[in-house]
Design a protein around this ligand. Structure first.
Ligand SMILES: NC(=O)c1ccc[n+]([C@@H]2O[C@H](COP(=O)([O-])OP(=O)(O)OC[C@H]3O[C@@H](n4cnc5c(N)ncnc54)[C@H](OP(=O)(O)O)[C@@H]3O)[C@@H](O)[C@H]2O)c1
Length: 254
């Protein structure tokens, strides 16, 4: 499989590839009580995050290159339970070369996989849970019986709510203090992203803007749930292009 090249427009002009760009990211110092948190989404130009219930139609080789490079970079990957139910989640790093690079750098072969659910409706038949090498943390309202799955799954209770955050601050603190997670990649979905934003827990947004239109008026945008009390301000930290697609990196500044 060929590695896609990108035209870099910001911060520097040139031709680049995803892996070195993502590997060189200067992730800001970690606040003591939570991981440094990146969010990654793909969207159509008309702002849809899913087409017929899935995001796959918007993705392209450039998006997948950034997606996998980000996974290789972080300590944990967080996904909302609804996305876990909608998308076919498998092992986090399927490429053995990527796993080997992490191990050579003294890191676990794969990031910790994390999900969060109030209902306890976790699709234990998803390929992720059939993977013996996978390490998974599930923050769950109800207790779950995970004895039937091959993955190493820890089910942790949702922590106390802070300002209606659904236990997100507590979950971030647990990941940081008990699981050594300094960098976290949230892959959605929109409700979880919205909740993380409202709780002030997002540092950066990676957004692939696919040159596609989904139409209609009912598809989700990349954020959902209650609106923010004030607009989140973004600073453009990176801009790549490949063919008709734009790949944006924003810092969430307030
Ligand atoms: N375009 C993209 O890049 C992209 C990325 C990801 C997902 N998607 C799409 O987005 C859709 C799913 O997203 P979604 O917004 O419906 O769901 P979501 O954000 O993936 O998950 C929401 C669920 O997370 C759980 N949760 C626990 N605590 C929460 C909290 N504090 N705030 C919010 N959720 C919390 C709840 O699970 P329970 O219901 O179990 O209680 C809630 O229903 C799918 O169509 C998927 O394809 C697109």
């Amino acid at each position: 499989m060929s590695t896609p090249s990108f035209t870099s427009l910001i911060p520097a002009a040139g031709t680049v590839q995803a892996d070195p760009v993502i590997a060189a990211l200067a992730l800001a110092p970690v606040p003591a009580e939570r991981p440094y948190t990146l969010v990654n989404f793909v969207s159509s130009v008309d702002g849809r995050a899913a087409f017929h219930g899935r995001s796959r139609a918007f993705s392209d080789p450039g998006d997948r290159a950034i997606f996998h490079a980000l996974r290789e970079r972080v300590d944990a990957v967080l996904v909302g339970a609804s996305t876990l139910r909608a998308e076919d989640y498998g092992r986090i790093i399927p490429d053995p070369d990527r796993r080997a690079r992490r191990v050579a750098a003294g890191r676990p072969a794969e990031p910790l996989a994390v999900t969060i659910t109030r209902s306890g409706e976790v699709p234990l038949d998803a390929p992720l849970f059939a993977e013996p090498a996978a390490r998974v943390v599930v923050f769950s309202g109800p207790e779950l019986d995970v004895r039937s799955v091959a993955a190493d799954v820890r089910v942790l209770p949702l922590g106390a709510e802070v300002d209606g955050d659904g236990g997100l601050h507590a979950a971030m603190a647990t990941l940081c203090h008990d699981h050594g997670v300094e960098s976290l990649l949230c892959e959605g979905g929109p409700h979880l992203f919205g909740a993380l934003l409202r709780a002030g827990l997002v540092d950066e947004l990676f957004l692939t803007l696919a040159a596609k239109l989904a139409g209609g008026d009912s598809g989700p945008s990349i954020t959902a749930g209650s609106p923010l009390s004030e607009l989140a301000q973004l600073e453009l930290a990176g801009l790549l292009a490949s063919g008709p697609t734009l790949y944006l990196r924003y810092a969430v500044t307030s």
